[in-house]
Design a protein around this ligand. Structure first.
Ligand code: PLP
Length: 431
């Protein structure tokens, strides 16, 4: 029973390095957060060691009385946090993460080769919503299901619901996915439900990014209009790395059995009980007043970051944000997100390069996605985000400075750009 530092100093050192990186840098990745000590304690507990294939009361392993209690409590908290009536909604807390949660819904509800429509990846959707390119079916969702993406208006960046309706009536999907990884506005669930009803589809919200905001009731949630809701639990919700599937039950709904069976035994084996405990702890925290205050601040901070960057002359896709993330489009600066991301990383600011509506290549995306959840957890307020915006601005100016030094400018090979970033003395001085 030696501590990690003694038993495996190599791994101990890597974890220590990562902790330092997280502490000393600015974490602006929209899908990340810092889970509480209590969540991490649950994750690092003896629950890791227990197998419990099956569901509470019906397991394929013995010794599961504590696991049954854990899973039932997690389910109860999940329904409570989202203010759901247990006669109308059920929840499955076993998905290992967001991707298997979605895949289980697709296999259980749509069936092999069935049709789905999700927001296209370059317009803010997630890989698992059916992404493919003309050259390749990228996501397993597009390999095993027939996917027709819907898109955002390429000028405004806003979802084109009229076109979605037109295409849905032609394509007749079984499932429409209302969800995103990089779309900064509320989704119009009401309109999407009307479209789903009209074309005979079910409406599935993937609220992975916004599940903390929905839990705190600071933005409109998807439950009123959707049949199925999936989520990750480690983004704005600030829990363990895991997933959940909510589905309607009762009169006229036949969703519970196919989803349950698609997840286990269809896709997964034994549940990750340590993760379920970490989610349950986070769901407990999400019922406290300070969680609501935190989520309000997350939105205020993201809005302030958008405004300050706009004041510096940057274009924010859709003109701003309603939630925790923003997408900056560098196209009008003649720069790309990839190079800017490298400079930000060099100065210890972590964010994502991201495609913007209208981008021709995912390899040369023109955007940068920034999110406020992690730094808000660290206690940063709006004024602090003004300083963060200044650092971002300086980093983008440095990106421009490096491009200007290279013969090919912004089009010079990335290798040359990185070489200048890490070796050019003038650049080093500014870093
Ligand atoms: N759905 C959405 C909307 C996401 O943004 C993500 C992850 O970023 C996922 C699903 C997949 O979650 P995971 O990476 O946990 O599998």
């Amino acid at each position: 029973q030696e501590p990690l530092a003694v038993n495996d100093p190599e791994i101990f050192q890597i974890i220590k390095n990562e902790k330092n990186r997280q502490r000393h840098g600015l974490e602006l990745i929209a899908s990340e957060n810092f889970a509480s000590k209590a969540v991490l304690e649950a994750m690092g507990s003896c629950l890791n060691d227990k197998y419990s294939e099956g569901y509470p009361g019906l397991r394929y392993y013995g010794g599961t009385e504590n696991i049954d209690a854990l899973e039932r409590l997690c389910q109860k908290r999940a329904l409570d946090v989202y203010r759901l009536n247990k006669d109308e909604w059920g929840v499955n807390v076993q998905p290992y993460s967001g991707s298997p949660a979605n895949f289980a819904v697709f296999t259980g509800i749509v069936g092999p080769g069935g049709r789905i429509m999700g927001l296209d990846l370059p317009d803010g959707g997630h890989l698992t919503h059916g992404f493919f390119t003309p050259q390749k079916k990228i996501s397993a969702t597009s390999v095993f299901f027939e996917s027709m993406p819907y898109k955002a208006n390429q000028t405004t960046g806003l979802i084109d619901y009229d076109k979605l309706e037109e295409n849905a009536m032609l394509f007749r999907p079984k499932l429409i996915i209302a969800g995103m990884s990089c779309y900064s506005r509320h989704m119009d669930y009401k309109r999407m439900r009307a479209i789903a009803d009209k074309c005979g589809a079910l409406l599935h919200a993937d609220m992975a990014h916004i599940s903390g905001l929905v839990a705190a009731d600071v933005i409109p949630g998807p439950f009123e209009h959707c049949h199925i809701v999936t989520t990750t639990t480690h983004k704005t919700l600030r829990g363990a790395r895991s997933g959940m599937i909510f589905y309607r039950i009762g009169e006229g709904y036949n969703l519970e059995k196919p989803i349950k069976e698609a997840l286990f035994p269809g896709l997964q084996g034994g549940p990750h009980n340590h993760a379920i405990a970490g989610v349950a702890v986070a769901l407990g925290q999400a019922q406290r007043e300070e969680f609501v205050e935190y989520q309000k601040q997350v939105i205020l901070n993201a809005k302030r970051l958008a405004k300050t960057l706009q004041d510096f002359g940057y274009e924010i896709v859709t003109g701003g944000t309603d939630i925790h993330l923003i997408l900056v489009n560098l196209r009008n600066k003649n720069l790309d997100g990839n190079r800017a991301e490298k400079v930000l990383e060099a100065v210890h600011i972590a964010c994502n390069k991201n495609t913007c509506p209208g981008d021709k290549s995912a390899l040369r995306p023109s955007g940068l996605r920034f999110g406020s959840p992690a730094l808000t957890t660290r206690g940063l307020m709006e004024e602090d985000f003004d300083v963060v915006a200044e650092y971002i601005h300086e980093s983008i100016q440095l990106t421009q400075f490096i491009c200007d030094k290279l013969e090919g400018g912004a089009k010079a090979p990335l290798k040359e750009f990185k070489n200048a970033l890490y070796t050019d003395p003038e650049v080093q001085q500014r870093v």
